[in-house]
Design a binder for this molecule. Structure first.
Ligand code: GLA
Ligand code: CA
Length: 694
């Protein structure tokens, strides 16, 4: 190897034959190869924003007969009309693929996550797979936007039933749904919204699970209560309509203040830890604004949820939703979710782990198969994330600090990306037209994705090695792995730990492949794989060097979770957060990305926004901000007996399918309902009680 590698694609002078020979092998960045054609199957029917829902009073309301008979007639519950808000949210029949539904039946989810507790507003996980989507209701809603016409795209009202901007665009008045109640009958109002904002989002000791931080709503943004049903936002910039997306899942979904506030350290003797853990998963009947309430929990077995008698949404005939009386979440594995959905013992899977595609496709092709399987566009993407924080986020030791210095070095990131054989990565998951080479950034083929603005560093072990050397790393002790320079870490081998979430076979497999490929370029990477909850804690806390990570909504839509695209605030970026000082030390290209994202947020000019995202993609991929790994389509699998599933529902777009598909209006025709209910004819009991009541 040459001593000084100074000619990486540049015009510098070269010394010595070996340098020239090496330069001949150097590979230049290129355009990303076109992906194999893969046609989405489901045809989306696009509708106007107002075709989906409205808020209005109806002449009469209905509920399942057994609720009236066993609860209302016996005086245990007020009549349904009194349990609903003045003007409930009404789902319009025209947007229901199979029309007004029938009550009863069970929706059987299988999930691979595990609940930490119900305190999502202070950071706890509920197990994913649709549990959170059922329990959290948010100011706005975006899942169903996948089938809203492009020129009408704006979040749907939800807990905020309407809003107006001031003339100068700096103030946004939001009107909350009036007279709605939590599932235990306590009123929902602006106090719930303010408790979420003031004591959870703004409190630096609390980190809500959905990623809400003050900057997710713009620097300097304030929120005030005007009256019980009105709140006022004030923004530094004019008309930042983008933030309406941040008010949807998962960043503005209040919890029940009447139950939670008394446990918050500001109003009690609790520590923050005690507050976080005050609502464990075996606390039953935790009040929610969602359609179903958890009434039973058995660790590693099941979470059972029953209909919320105070749910505030109805169909056009006045039937209180949801149609399903019970929703179950079997606590298994994500791979088992695919197996059970295909076999018919579960009702739903977001097919997202490429390893099971061939088998799932084969089994679903049988006309007698119990479930429908529908592929969508390439929206599952995986990347290798570098922890870019040198501000003490996650409290790294000397070794960790040294790795972060490397992570912040472009030559080093180039070495890594050149070392990845993305063709082989994709093929190792599944053969066929599914996977595409993914350099990183916004997914190509989505509305803001752009192949021409994407810079791709093709696989080249030689080039990767040359860049390691350029970054100052050489194998000085001849064991096959590069070492630090003598003055860093005592000149020891570079050792990098790689996290991957072992709840998913795909994350695990990609992790192993990355370790092996890095070995091929002489970089020692040590797996530190973790189960989902541990992975989530370490990742959110910045306690990692590198991680394999499945991409999220911002890479598909740009408008959802926009704040995650660049470190626009000290805590908004998934891989570059501030430490305790609260200050960020951004690299120049990161600052450029931040400026672009902020411009995007404040622009309403579509052409300008498209160009900004092209610039973003160019800077992102040139600088290997993440190293993309692979990109492939997902498929929604839903049991054929279930109705009102819109064709073309993507497993992930603005939200995961559990939100997009609007479960509260899904149903099973009476004659197809089976005896799956575990707690028939029961409703949630009092918060913290023994479970459901008859
Ligand atoms: C997990 C699953 C996804 C989806 C989401 C919903 O992340 O992998 O398919 O179900 O939960 O939050
Ligand atoms: Ca070595």
């Amino acid at each position: 190897m040459p001593r000084h590698l100074i000619a990486l694609g540049g015009a510098a002078l070269l010394f010595g034959a070996s340098t020239i020979a090496l330069q001949a092998q150097m590979v230049e960045p290129t355009a990303v190869p076109p992906p194999p054609t893969f046609a989405a199957q489901g045809k989306i029917t696009f509708v106007g924003r107002d075709d989906i829902e409205e808020f209005k009073a109806l002449p009469a309301y209905h509920e399942p007969d057994w609720v009236t008979k066993n609860f209302v007639d016996t005086g245990k519950l007020p009549p349904v009309a009194e349990r609903l808000p003045k003007e409930p949210l009404v789902f319009k029949t025209g947007d229901m693929p199979d029309g007004v539904g029938q009550y009863g039946g069970t929706l059987r989810h299988v999930i691979g996550g595990r609940p930490q507790g119900w305190n999502w507003i202070a950071g706890q996980v509920q197990g994913w797979g649709g549990v959170s989507y059922a329990m959290w209701e948010c100011l706005t809603r975006t899942g169903p936007l996948f089938h809203v016409k492009a020129d009408e795209l704006e979040p749907l009202p939800n807990l905020a039933r309407s809003w107006e901007w001031s003339d100068d665009g700096h103030q946004l008045t939001m009107h909350l749904i009036e007279g709605a109640k939590w599932s235990d009958g306590a009123p929902f109002n602006a106090d719930d919204v303010m408790f979420f904002w003031e004591d959870n989002v703004l409190d630096p000791n609390v980190a809500p699970q959905g990623g809400a931080t003050p900057e997710a709503f713009g620097e300097g943004t304030t929120l005030k209560k005007i009256d019980d049903y009105t709140v006022l936002w004030t923004f530094k910039d004019a008309f930042p309509k983008q933030y309406l997306y941040a008010m949807a899942f998962g960043s503005f979904c209040p919890g029940p203040a009447h139950i939670m506030k008394p446990q918050h350290p500001k109003y009690s003797d609790n520590t923050y830890d005690q507050y976080v853990n005050a609502f464990p998963p075996d606390m039953l009947n935790f009040p929610t604004m969602g359609a179903w309430v958890p009434v039973a929990y058995r660790p590693d077995d099941i979470i059972v949820t029953r209909r919320n008698p105070y749910y505030w949404k109805v169909d056009e005939q006045g039937n209180q939703l949801p149609y399903f009386d019970e929703v179950q979440y079997k606590l298994s594995t994500w791979a088992d979710r695919d197996v059970q959905a295909v076999a018919g013992s579960g009702d739903w899977s977001n097919l997202e782990q490429a390893e099971s595609y061939v088998e799932a496709l084969k089994r679903s092709a049988d006309p007698k198969a119990p479930a429908r399987l529908e592929f969508g566009p390439r929206i599952i993407g995986y990347s290798l994330d570098f922890n870019m924080s040198d501000e003490g986020w996650g409290n790294p030791d000397e070794r960790g600090e040294a790795v972060r210095e490397l992570n912040r070095n472009l030559d080093f990131r180039k070495a890594v990306t050149y070392g990845l054989d993305r063709q082989r990565l994709g093929d190792s998951l599944v053969k066929g037209p599914f996977t595409a080479i993914y350099p990183g950034g916004i997914y190509i083929g989505t509305s803001f994705g752009d192949a021409d603005s994407t810079v791709y560093y093709p696989h080249s072990v030689e080039t990767a090695k040359a860049y390691l050397e350029k970054a100052g790393l050489k194998d000085t002790d001849g064991d096959g792995f590069v070492n630090y320079p003598a003055d860093v870490m005592g000149g020891k081998n570079v050792e990098i730990t790689l996290m991957a979430n072992t709840d998913y076979a795909t994350d695990h497999n990609l992790g192993e492949a990355v370790v092996a490929m890095m070995g091929e370029i002489g970089l020692r990477v040590i797996p530190d794989f973790a189960d989902g909850n541990r992975w989530n804690n370490l990742w959110r806390g910045g306690e990692y060097d590198w991680t394999v990570r499945r991409g999220d909504k911002e890479l598909i839509t740009v408008v959802q979770q926009t704040y995650q695209l660049a470190p626009v605030g000290p805590l908004t970026s998934p891989w570059h957060k501030a430490g305790s000082s609260g200050k960020l030390d951004l690299l120049p290209f990161e600052q450029e990305l931040v400026d672009i994202v902020n411009k995007f947020i404040n622009s309403s000019d579509n052409a300008e926004r498209a160009q900004l995202m092209k610039d973003y993609q160019k800077i992102f991929t040139t600088n290997v901000y993440e190293a993309g790994l692979t990109n492939y389509p997902g498929a929604l699998i839903i049991n054929k007996r279930i109705r009102n599933v819109s064709s073309g529902t993507p497993i992930l777009a603005f939200q995961w399918a559990e939100d997009s598909a609007i479960r509260e209006r899904m149903y099973v025709p009476e004659d197809l309902q089976q005896n799956y209910e575990l707690y028939p004819q029961t409703l949630p009991g009092e918060p913290g009680g023994d479970g459901p009541v008859k």
